[in-house]
Design a binder for this molecule. Structure first.
Ligand code: DCP
Length: 239
């Protein structure tokens, strides 16, 4: 009621329409996205009631169907055979994850990764590695934009980019030792790093902070509204 009082006489057309904000947390394999999100969820008491965390659906990738297939493992074991199947499933599980979290009431939703990093980083990487052939990338591209446009919940209000050198990520990956990632090389991490950089930080402004509009990605593929490009925040994470 008091809010209503305050709003009297204000030009409500200038107020944001959708009150829940969604930010996607991006960054290379092992950079620390999960740790970052867990700290917010568990350690920052002031934020706990304000922030809903949507983790990456990796558990869904490791345990598919009654046979308990591990499709993440299948992808790394036979990338040429399973890259498309895996990326397709990653997309579908993100849609499922988004739906599951779409009714929450906390004002800020933080999601681990997005369909945009899938497209701009991983799909590009597996295509370049010839793990996805021309037909498969064409199929992916033919449905990506129309499907994303029909699911507005997938489009965030902005991105938080956790940025660290590929060496740091590699060291962290070695410590973590996720069984499926045994074959992930430093070179592959370098490729993923470059793709994150050119997508989220094309002009490498330097230092942490908010980027100015002119520095933001101009070659965004996928159905991202143009104004999202002035909403990338990044944090240096080499320490
Ligand atoms: N992956 C992929 N293609 C995608 C998304 C993810 O190949 N479109 C792979 C990369 C990793 C695994 O899935 O092997 C999980 O990826 P993340 O980097 O998102 O998760 P991490 O747990 O490594 O992140 P962090 O350590 O930062 O929490």
């Amino acid at each position: 009621e008091s809010v209503d009082e305050e709003l009297k006489g204000t030009d409500t057309s200038k107020l944001p329409k959708n009150r829940r904000l969604t930010f996607c947390v991006e960054g290379n394999i092992s950079v620390g996205k999960t740790t970052f999100l867990q700290r917010i969820a568990n350690e920052t008491i002031e934020l706990r009631d304000l922030v809903e965390i949507v983790p990456e659906p990796i558990a869904k990738w490791q345990d598919v169907g009654p046979e308990h297939f591990n499709i993440l493992d299948a992808f790394y074991a036979e990338p040429q055979r399973y890259a498309y199947t895996f990326q397709n499933y990653v997309f579908v599980t993100r849609v499922m994850q988004e739906k599951e979290s779409s009714c929450g009431i906390k004002p800020l939703r933080l999601m681990e990764r997005s369909v945009f990093s899938d497209r701009m980083v991983f799909v590009r990487a597996v295509h370049e590695a010839n793990w996805m052939n021309e037909m498969e990338i064409s199929i992916y591209d033919s449905w990506f934009d129309p499907v994303v446009s029909s699911l507005p919940g997938l489009i965030p209000d902005g991105f938080i980019y956790l940025r660290a050198s590929p060496d740091t990520c590699h060291k962290r990956m070695m410590v973590r030792k996720r069984s499926e990632e045994g074959g992930v090389t430093l070179d592959y991490l370098r490729g993923l790093h470059e793709k994150h950089e050119s997508w989220l930080l094309p002009s490498k402004g330097g230092g942490s902070g908010v980027l100015s509009v002119s520095q933001l990605p101009v070659h965004m593929e996928g159905s991202l509204p143009a104004d999202i490009r002035d909403r990338v925040f990044y944090l240096e994470g080499d320490h």
